[in-house]
Design a protein around this ligand. Sequence first.
Ligand SMILES: NC(=O)c1ccc[n+]([C@@H]2O[C@H](COP(=O)([O-])OP(=O)(O)OC[C@H]3O[C@@H](n4cnc5c(N)ncnc54)[C@H](OP(=O)(O)O)[C@@H]3O)[C@@H](O)[C@H]2O)c1
Length: 286
Amino acid sequence: MKIAVTSASGQLGAAIVKTLITEIGKDNVIAIARTPEKAKHLGVEVRKGDYNSREDFNIALKGVDAVLLVSGMDEPQKRIQQHRNVIEAATYNSVQKIVYTSIVGDDINTAFSPIVQSNRQTEEDVSTSGLDWVIGRNGIYIEPDLEYLGTYIKEGEIRNCANEGKCGYTSREELGVAYAQMLLSDKHNGNTYNLVGEAITQTQLATYINQVFGTNLKYVAVSVDEYKKERQAALGDFIGTVIAGIYEGIKSGVNNVPSDYKKAAGRSHISPLQMIQDYQLKHSTK
Ligand SMILES: NC(=O)c1ccc[n+]([C@@H]2O[C@H](COP(=O)([O-])OP(=O)(O)OC[C@H]3O[C@@H](n4cnc5c(N)ncnc54)[C@H](OP(=O)(O)O)[C@@H]3O)[C@@H](O)[C@H]2O)c1
């Protein structure tokens, strides 16, 4: 059985490839990447695949039994066609199964909703493709918060508009475990899973970070408007609006969803504290 993973040069794609290698061996895994040299370190066959090129995927998916489609990074409307290039090339190559990495979120009410909407369109395209399919709706990655720790420490606080809203965070490694099982076992076919860990507030997040890193952060809630202005000033209009939209969603509860992680992965999601401890361990031994 040959399984291909798109965007394998990225952190999520790489995490899925690594878990697949331990499950089925490196000879059965194919890494597809827009920039193939960036995926060579994975130690598997690498094929070229830019989401803008249907032709790339017509070639990259030859002889593949199942493909994992990692959601693209472009602006929402562009992503839909990019993902269709992969889905159509999969059908053209008689690939049997497609698994798509979508996202948890509200598709109407926040500044992040256009991105959620484009993910929902791809979910529909995947589930009506005629192929066997499984969809994962990823929670928010916890790693970017930890990569941002230096700034949090400088400011002495975690500051955003999530307020008391709870968020089911996950990590790319945890997602790698779940997606490998979703690809390998037919019992998952036809399911859409929320891939999230235990939902926590920003205050709980600050407490766990303090516990692991010995910091003294407190959580400070600001209004959605104020936070949007701050983020736009710091990151520019597009990314600033998207980030504010994500925390607006957390505030309104859209990231506090029931978890299907155990069903998908065959074991429970690790705790938020454990994710932070694992991150700290990984980065302190580098
Ligand atoms: N749940 C969350 O919190 C969260 C946060 C951020 C993003 N996401 C979503 O999760 C996805 C994967 O995240 P990640 O951690 O793996 O991101 P990442 O490490 O930044 O990797 C992004 C990947 O997308 C690839 N890519 C960009 N444009 C492409 C194109 N036109 N065709 C093919 N590949 C393309 C990049 O390829 P190159 O190596 O060639 O640049 C890279 O492999 C993202 O694409 C985004 O949709 C989720």
